[in-house]
Design a protein. Structure first.
Length: 157
């Protein structure tokens, strides 16, 4: 089992994959191509990848994880990084629909059983990154989520 953090759609036969896979005697290029195929939708983001190799048969399986919430926010907001001082400096604004989309991506790996809970997690990450939602403070939006004011935004399509 080999674990690596790969930039979406840009895996190469160089480090970290090449040196780890080469001694196992498998076709590194096939593994790289498979990883790039699975991660192309995460272009520009670091994505965790697990490669399990059967040394006897030279067969491999690639499992791609979910990018971090902050990486998804950065991509959705079109910024390079979050704010260094999130309380005073705001770097971007998202619509609630964008927050819900990020929450849907994170849903399978979240401890929350409901989309509403995952949305609150994403809002918390936005708050710490200096990203506003609907031109307002994320703490305020979280309270509104608790009060049910955004329930229509969470209805499954």
């Amino acid at each position: 089992m080999i674990e690596a953090l790969i930039e979406g759609g840009k895996a190469t036969a160089g480090p970290p994959l090449g040196p780890a896979l080469g001694p196992l005697g498998i076709n590194v290029l096939m593994v790289v191509n498979r990883i790039n195929e699975l991660t192309k939708s995460y272009s520009g983001m670091k994505v965790p990848a697990k490669i399990s190799v059967d040394i006897e048969t030279k067969e491999f399986d690639v499992e791609i994880g979910t990018p971090s919430t902050s990486a998804l926010i950065v991509k959705e907001a079109g910024i390079e990084k979050g704010s260094g001082s999130s309380k005073t400096q705001k770097v971007a604004n998202l619509k609630m629909s964008q927050v819900v989309n990020i929450a849907k991506v994170k849903m399978p790996v979240s401890y929350s059983k409901e989309l509403k809970g995952v949305v609150k997690e994403v809002l918390g990450a936005c708050l710490s990154m200096g990203v506003t939602v609907e031109d307002r403070d994320c703490g305020e939006i979280q309270r509104e989520v608790d009060e049910g004011k955004w329930d229509d935004a969470f209805k499954k399509e």
